[in-house]
Design a binder for this molecule. Structure first.
Ligand code: DI6
Ligand code: FE
Length: 408
């Protein structure tokens, strides 16, 4: 009986591996996959005999490029309703903060999400997810944060888990109960923070519904001191941390996140040098969200030069949400990170592969083309890797391989 060393062999394409260094690009390459894993990659002229005869199929790709599957490491994909009415108000001159202070903003989505059935949340999120997947996304992070009570936070997270079961994508869930103050706790934010720590966090953790914990450290969100309470509790439950920090003002949230070894601090337009240094020290990823920057017509840029100077890894994500970034395209974010934030095209590619994997704590298995990594990759109809950042409103995705399976 023949012994097979791989299931599939992909030939005839160039590779952008996202490994950095000398192995970053391999021209005229091949990849062999067995079960869910990359077992070999290299020059097409040096395929070992063992891999030339896969048990299932050889794909002759005929030019183009393969990159790791894209990773959207910050999304609020599950929510009820939409907020186009607020978009209209903002176009007339009202600010995002003013709308939030009037009880709109996040709280209007909380109302719609509490009222929505699990089935309707699943349907609306599935449509958004499909758009992402069609563009080569193979891993997505999904936050709660539009429930702000135990029941609805759990409902959102279980919808996120179901999406991971129903679609060929790895879903990482994040509990964002500290997103806004729910109306029941008006003027009692400390009591709500205690409720998160004493009730919501332990119950969500017992149900294994969250892979990480996040918060919104902002004057329309929670103070650094309040966030620290949530972080302490999450740490005691061994849950990794993330933080929405320095989006609208500098609250020193990123430094707090770094001091708790958070996986990432996200947004960061108002981040200062001390915050950048703290992030560098703890190897906390800077998750940049060009969609929110654009849609809120923000003018303060995140400190990209400082992030480079201190070698803080930069990731890019959609922040897909109904208030500040109603966007389901990670490819568009690649382009906008370059045009708005002046990332190089290579930085942008690393930001949706290796560094976005790190922002989710998945750097050992996801985000690179490398032997031993999970076989998640995408074949694109492009001439150069940077074409992925160059085009916008285009989708050159030709074939997605998820956990070793070609999705056709
Ligand atoms: N910052 C954001 O951009 C999202 N959450 C946050 O803390 C937007 C939330 C929303 O407006 O619905
Ligand atoms: Fe967000």
């Amino acid at each position: 009986m023949t012994e097979y060393h791989c299931d599939y062999l992909f030939t005839g394409s160039h590779l952008f591996t996202a490994q950095g260094g000398e192995e970053q690009i391999i021209l005229n390459a091949a990849i062999a996959v067995k079960d869910q894993t990359i077992v070999w990659l290299g020059k097409q002229t040096s395929i070992p005999e063992d891999y030339k005869n896969p048990s299932k199929a050889v794909y002759e790709l005929d030019s183009g490029w393969i990159t790791p599957g894209l990773i959207d490491c910050h999304s609020h994909l599950v929510y009820g309703g939409n907020r186009s009415n607020e978009f209209r108000k903002r176009l007339e001159g009202e600010s995002y903060e003013a709308i939030a202070h009037q009880g709109g903003g996040i709280l209007s989505t909380v109302k719609a999400t509490r009222e929505a059935s699990e089935g309707s949340l699943l349907l609306s999120a599935a449509r958004r997810l499909e758009t992402l997947l069609n563009e080569g996304v193979t891993t997505v992070e999904i936050k709660s944060g539009y429930g702000l009570n135990l029941e609805t936070e759990m409902k959102m997270l279980s919808v996120a888990r179901q999406l991971g079961k129903n679609f060929p994508v790895d879903v990482r869930t994040t509990l964002l109960a500290a997103h806004a103050l729910p109306p029941e706790y008006k003027d009692n934010s400390d009591v709500y923070i205690d409720h998160i720590c004493d009730v919501i966090l332990p119950a969500v953790n017992d149900a294994n519904l969250a892979d990480a914990v996040d918060g919104f450290c902002e004057n329309i969100g929670f103070t650094a001191k309040q966030i620290e309470k949530v972080f302490k509790k999450a740490k005691s439950l061994n849950l990794p941390l993330k933080l929405h920090a320095e989006q609208l003002s500098n609250q020193n949230g990123a430094a707090l996140a770094a001091s708790y070894q958070a996986l990432s601090a996200d947004h960061l337009e108002y981040l200062d040098e001390a915050g950048v240094k703290a992030m560098a020290k703890s190897n906390t990823v800077a998750v940049l969200l060009p969609g929110a920057f654009y849609f809120l017509q923000e003018t303060k840029l995140p400190p990209i030069d400082l992030l480079r100077k201190y070698k803080v890894p930069m990731a890019i994500a959609t922040d897909c949400n109904p208030g500040s970034s109603p966007c389901n395209s990670l490819l568009l974010m690649l382009n906008m990170a370059c045009t708005q934030f002046k990332l190089t095209t290579e930085e942008a590619l690393m930001a949706v592969t290796k560094h976005s994997a790190q922002a989710l704590g998945l750097q050992d298995t996801h985000g690179q083309l490398k032997v031993g990594m999970q076989a998640d990759f995408v074949h694109w109809s492009i001439d150069e890797p940077e074409d992925l950042a160059y085009y916008f409103g285009d989708n050159p995705c030709r074939l997605v391989i998820k956990k070793g399976q070609p999705l056709i």
